[in-house]
Design a protein around this ligand. Structure first.
Ligand SMILES: [Fe+2]
Ligand SMILES: [Fe+2]
Length: 232
């Protein structure tokens, strides 16, 4: 399987919930935007810029509260949020949303900040899996967008200056080049977030086995104490 069509098969209920949630949002995006990829990108990127910041903030406070190292997660998540914000800034120049569309974007942002924050507090693992699946969809959407640009169904145009500066692109770059680098970013976020969910899985398994070991040790100590009492 090549990097663009990577898909993580759901392994348990948390994965199925994450995939179901993603498919539902994909259905909404397909219904509202169809092939208006520029507008679709604006709304999706406005939502995509939320998880990194929300998760980074929550882990930051957890790290302060528990006085525990974050293992570099906060920096990675904040960089993801910054990168997604630049995707949004780029597509604002392409789609030039009207004031009504801007209001819809604001509402989408508000709803998603609350929803994602809630999901993160309930299940950090599911929250990262959701972003992993979101990014799989983002890679697919940008591949379709690129296809429309390459076949001339959507007219190509010069890359916005903000994108040329941010990704260090050649000055004559076009929208096609921008879509390609954004798609690479999305593939990176996909792998990072799926990996975070897997790391949480491994940690949970380790904690469980440590607890079982502790319980067994306690039981052995109890049994030997009882034995000693009986003998005396
Ligand atoms: Fe993005
Ligand atoms: Fe992304």
């Amino acid at each position: 399987m090549d990097d663009l069509s990577k898909h993580l098969k759901p392994k348990n209920l948390s994965d199925k919930v994450a995939l179901g949630f993603t498919k539902f949002l994909r259905f909404l995006a397909d219904t509202f935007f169809r092939k208006r990829y520029g507008h679709r990108a604006v709304v999706l990127e406005t939502v995509a810029a939320v998880p990194g910041m929300v998760a980074g903030m929550l882990i930051h406070f957890k790290s302060l509260r528990k006085m525990e190292d974050d293992k570099g997660w906060i920096k990675t998540l904040l960089e993801e949020a910054e990168n997604e914000r630049m995707h949004l800034m780029t597509f604002i120049h392409i789609a030039k949303p009207t004031w009504i569309e801007r209001i819809i974007i604001l509402i989408a942002q508000f709803i998603f900040i609350i929803t994602y924050g809630f999901i993160y507090l309930v299940s950090q693992r599911t929250a990262h899996r959701i972003v992993g699946y979101f990014e799989e969809e983002a890679v697919r959407s940008y591949t379709e967008y690129l296809h429309e640009l390459e076949t001339g169904k959507i007219k190509d145009q010069p890359a916005p200056e903000i994108a040329i500066n941010y990704w260090n692109l050649p000055l004559h770059s076009t929208l096609k080049d921008v879509v390609k680098v954004i798609r690479d970013d999305e593939a990176g976020h996909r792998d990072v977030n799926h990996n975070f969910a897997d790391v949480i899985d491994r940690r949970t398994r380790i904690y469980k086995s440590i607890n079982i070991e502790k319980k067994n040790k306690k039981q052995v100590n109890k049994d030997s104490t009882n034995q000693e009492v009986k003998e005396n």
